[in-house]
Design a protein around this ligand. Structure first.
Ligand code: NAD
Length: 354
């Protein structure tokens, strides 16, 4: 049996995660995977029940599982709580507790949705890339000072620091991911200015010797930001540091046109976690109008990366493709001339296509 911990969380997290579980049950029946699901709480929902956003038993269950399927956390109701009790703390706790060192964000432009992209159709048609972002190091976790005075002048500072093992770990994952995709890896840094980037580039080049079947190139982050807007089709896998990945992955996300469709994977030392990139969307929660595709495609990533089952992952991805090609649209991507569907109907239509 393969144990999946399901953390639906708050808001539309509950609806879209239920959809993803339904789809996983369908592929399980078809591919005989032997999935076992266990629900756990986190976020505002956990705070209401247990007085804390990430109960120890949730984290313990995740550590023992084969993978975690996560919805979203957060909501106005909990915005005034002290920082350590806020729903978002659950995510940081899971990242730390599971050692989630890499975030994988695929960006795919679906032909039927090409009009939703802010870029010209001819630029984005066929774009299909994956950003591998380092998640537990760099400037977000470096030494910092909120305020210091030197000769009466106030300063604040943060530090960007990467070690060889940290760079090797993320780069190895990126090379391996490129190998199972189209065999192209772009490493993004700022090696013309930053010492930490020069080490990054040296380590990536060294590792490349073990991956002769992957074509490697390097880009400075400013150039990469520009290239994503002018020619996103040139990319297969992009690997980069925590801060550069944070910015580039949000830029890349808009190429696809809709936040409701975007999945992600956070790869861990113990267990990996899969979640749509959107939040809990309190404005549409409980209305059966959320797009469940981001969560469903996250479930496909779970099958590919944690359970090594590309066939089952592909079956889900093809079913989503077909649903869009057949003209079905949830409210967020709806346009005149298409068939408007809710969350439940969308889930059923995708299941029927598996
Ligand atoms: P959001 O992603 O929840 O929503 C942004 C906009 O996109 C909203 O208008 C929403 O209705 C729409 N949207 C999002 N997902 C959609 C879907 N699947 N289908 C249709 N429309 C969708 O971001 P926000 O409004 O900035 O944040 C709301 C709450 O979520 C906050 O409490 C925030 O802290 C939290 N949040 C959580 C996560 C997470 O759990 N990983 C990530 C981001 C934000």
């Amino acid at each position: 049996m393969k144990k999946i911990i399901v953390i639906a969380g708050d808001g539309i997290g509950k609806e879209v995660t239920a959809s993803a579980v339904e789809v996983l049950k369908k592929v399980d029946a078809k591919f005989n995977i032997g999935l076992e699901f266990e629900d756990r709480d986190a976020g505002g929902t956990a705070y209401e029940k247990f007085g804390e956003p990430l109960p120890a038993e949730t984290l313990d269950a995740c550590k023992k599982a084969d993978a975690v399927l996560f919805g979203a956390v957060g909501g106005k109701k909990w915005d005034t709580l002290p920082v350590h009790l806020r729903p978002e703390k659950a995510l940081f706790g899971l990242r730390k507790g599971l050692g989630l060192f890499a975030n994988l964000r695929p960006v795919k432009v679906y032909s039927p949705l090409i009009d939703g992209s802010p870029l010209k159709p001819e630029l984005v048609e066929g774009a299909d890339l994956l950003i591998v972002r380092e998640l537990v190091g760099g400037i977000y976790f470096g030494e910092r000072c909120e305020s210091e005075f030197v000769d009466g002048v106030e300063s604040a500072w943060d530090t960007e620091k990467y070690s060889v093992p940290e760079i090797e770990r993320i780069a190895k994952l990126a090379f391996e991911t490129a190998k199972i995709r189209r065999g192209k890896l772009t490493s993004v840094d700022k090696a013309n200015v930053l010492a930490s980037s020069r080490l990054w580039r040296r380590v990536v080049n060294e590792l490349a010797k073990n991956f002769n079947d992957v074509e490697l190139n390097h880009l400075y982050v400013d150039n990469c930001a520009m290239q994503l807007a002018v020619n996103p089709k040139q990319f297969d896998v992009i690997v980069t540091s925590n801060i550069f990945g944070d910015i580039l992955s949000d830029e890349a996300a808009v190429i696809g046109g809709s936040i409701g469709l975007m999945p992600s994977a956070s790869i861990g030392e113990l267990t990996s976690l899969y979640e749509p990139i959107h939040g809990s969307a309190p404005d549409i929660a409980g209305k059966n109008i959320a797009n469940p595709m981001g969560s469903i495609l996250s479930a496909a990533m779970l099958l590919r990366y944690s359970l090594n089952n590309s066939d089952a992952a592909q079956a889900i991805e093809s079913a989503v493709d077909k649903t869009l090609a057949d003209g079905y649209r949830t409210a967020d991507i709806f346009k005149d001339g298409f068939k408007k569907i809710g969350t439940d109907e969308c889930t059923k239509i995708i299941c029927d296509r598996i």
